[in-house]
Design a protein around this ligand. Structure first.
Ligand code: NAP
Length: 231
């Protein structure tokens, strides 16, 4: 894809920033969507040329539609969507609550459902579009304490497959990336004794996102691509 308009959710998080940096360097125009109450000052300056939409709860359909409308008003079109917004909770069934399952589905799956629905009319009208969802390796098999998270990320994979089928004859591709543990500051804090060199970096993941948005990936749709570093 030549220079185009890409919306990134969770854009101010660890992976979101790296993806935004990579796509900005490729010359894309970006809409940066996130729940953070305000844009972190360093990012506000770095991405001053792009649309910045903080304080946005993408689990709310109306707010999501408004954000996509704002991007269309600013750029005139939307060519790509990268769904990175998400979260993680470790909790066993024995010690946990159904509320955690609800929360994981809201944060990881509903946000992506809402953004996909919001961008679809524009992509279908123009007969082209690229959607990249960030799932997780855990979507395939849940470990202990991972039930709610894994189920929600499995939902992201099913969303990816269904939407890919629904749009495959209409110029749109929909794919998911399935990272294992990412080398983020939060993970380094939580697991100080781990071998960080084995974890996939946000920058490496950003390059895969860039590829899936590119013309070179036009033949790929409905895929769930493990990107796991050396884990
Ligand atoms: N980190 C890992 O090891 C790992 C592994 C596999 C998959 N993943 C997936 O990769 C993605 C990025 O991970 P990360 O480590 O970069 O996480 P992160 O730093 O926590 O970034 C996620 C961002 O999404 C935002 N967000 C959450 N709920 C939202 C909502 N309802 N509306 C709008 N924005 C929302 C968060 O905002 P707030 O912080 O303000 O809520 C945060 O800025 C996530 O989908 C995660 O599940 C991560």
């Amino acid at each position: 894809m030549a220079t185009s308009v890409i919306l990134i959710t969770g854009a101010f998080g660890a992976l979101g920033q790296a993806v935004a940096r990579h796509l900005a360097a490729q010359g894309h125009q970006l809409g940066l969507l996130d729940a953070a109450p305000a844009v972190p000052p360093a990012l506000a300056a770095e991405f001053a040329a792009h649309l910045q939409l903080p304080a946005l709860d993408l689990s709310q359909p109306a707010a999501t539609q408004q954000a996509v409308a704002a991007a269309q008003a600013r750029f005139g079109r939307v060519d790509g969507l990268v769904n990175i917004a998400g979260g993680f909770r470790w909790e066993t069934l024995e010690a946990g609550s159904a509320a955690t399952w609800q929360a994981m589905f809201t944060i990881n799956l509903l946000t992506a459902v809402n953004t996909c629905q919001a961008v679809l009319p524009a992509m279908l009208a123009q007969g082209s579009g690229r959607i990249v969802n960030i799932g997780a390796g855990a979507a395939a098999k849940a470990g202990a304490g991972m039930g709610a998270y894994a189920a929600s990320k499995s939902g992201v994979q099913r969303l990816t497959e269904a939407l890919a089928e629904e749009t495959k004859l209409r110029g749109i591709t929909v794919n998911a990336i399935l990272p294992s543990i990412i080398d983020t500051p939060a993970n380094r804090r939580d697991m100080p004794d781990a071998d960080f060199s084995r974890w996939v970096t946000p920058e490496a993941l950003a390059e895969v996102v860039g590829f899936l948005l590119s013309d070179g990936a036009r033949a790929i749709t409905g895929a769930g691509i493990p990107v796991t570093g050396r884990v």
